[in-house]
Design a protein around this ligand. Sequence first.
Ligand SMILES: Nc1ncnc2c1ncn2[C@@H]1O[C@H](COP(=O)(O)OP(=O)(O)OP(=O)(O)O)[C@@H](O)[C@H]1O
Ligand SMILES: [Mg+2]
Length: 305
Amino acid sequence: MNLSIDSIVKRYRRATALDSVSLELEEGLYGLLGPNGSGKTTLLRIVADVLRPTSGEVRLDGVDKDRLGGQYREVIGYLPQEFGLYKEFTVIDFMLYIAALKGIDRRSAVERSHMLLEQVGLEGMEKKSCGKLSGGMKRRLGIAQALLNDPKLLILDEPTAGLDPEERMRFRKLLSDISGQKIVLLSTHIVSDIEMIAGELILIENGRLIGSGTPEELLEELRGQVWTAKVTEEEYGAFESALLNTNASAHPSARIVNVTRKGSGIEARILAEEQPLPGARPDEPGLEDLYLHCFKSKYEGRRGD
Ligand SMILES: Nc1ncnc2c1ncn2[C@@H]1O[C@H](COP(=O)(O)OP(=O)(O)OP(=O)(O)O)[C@@H](O)[C@H]1O
Ligand SMILES: [Mg+2]
């Protein structure tokens, strides 16, 4: 199966939310990564067929989704970012209701609902009313309902928002269990949620695709640009103020990723094309570094907060 996202543009009255985004997806797990307002939800809503693009096409195996119509909807499962539940429904009634909307016959709906609720760890909660679920449980129910029709294309918008660390772990396992013969496209800004499982990362900023590839490929580009330096507090202070000073020319592109206190000194993780401080050692790049490297403008915009 192949999904082509071809030159998608979405304009709102004032903003251009997507500016000619093109992607080719095959079976596997794709992590859509980008800061707030970068266009992730807009792109996912277009692929989920709930929002029309201003221009461009989405094709499944070469056929425009608008031509496929109902057939296209049958193969997709979608968890929206703002996922509404009917509070008065019980968990099982909600699943059966969504199954009915998807045209699944009652018998297989009951069977599949129980199977999926177990898979997402909501077994025993069937009779609980949706209004009484915790945030994490609601998310899990959202994932279960998206899987009802055994979709070949699964679209999850921030599926891990509101999950605690244990639930995140369970979610990662769930996704690697189900992603076999599917295209899974999920958005997040929590890099560690997809670090282990995403086959490919898609980086988006201001409605534009700024990079894509396997985590290894993307990280390779950063090799030699990630440094750790053990310094005294004074040295660190001097380095930081030099960076904040816009006239500083000594380290034009250096950025601090992370700072930890180590005994009486400080260990800083720094992104820089050249050795940023005497004694700084090159280190293995990770996805957090990549995120900061790619979304530099947003990060720097936040700095003055
Ligand atoms: N209905 C709308 N009307 C006008 N502008 C919109 C509308 N929906 C989204 N936008 C704008 O489009 C841009 C992309 O928004 P989008 O929700 O796709 O971003 P996002 O990457 O999902 O952000 P977040 O990480 O906060 O969920 C933003 O500038 C947003 O303000
Ligand atoms: Mg969003």
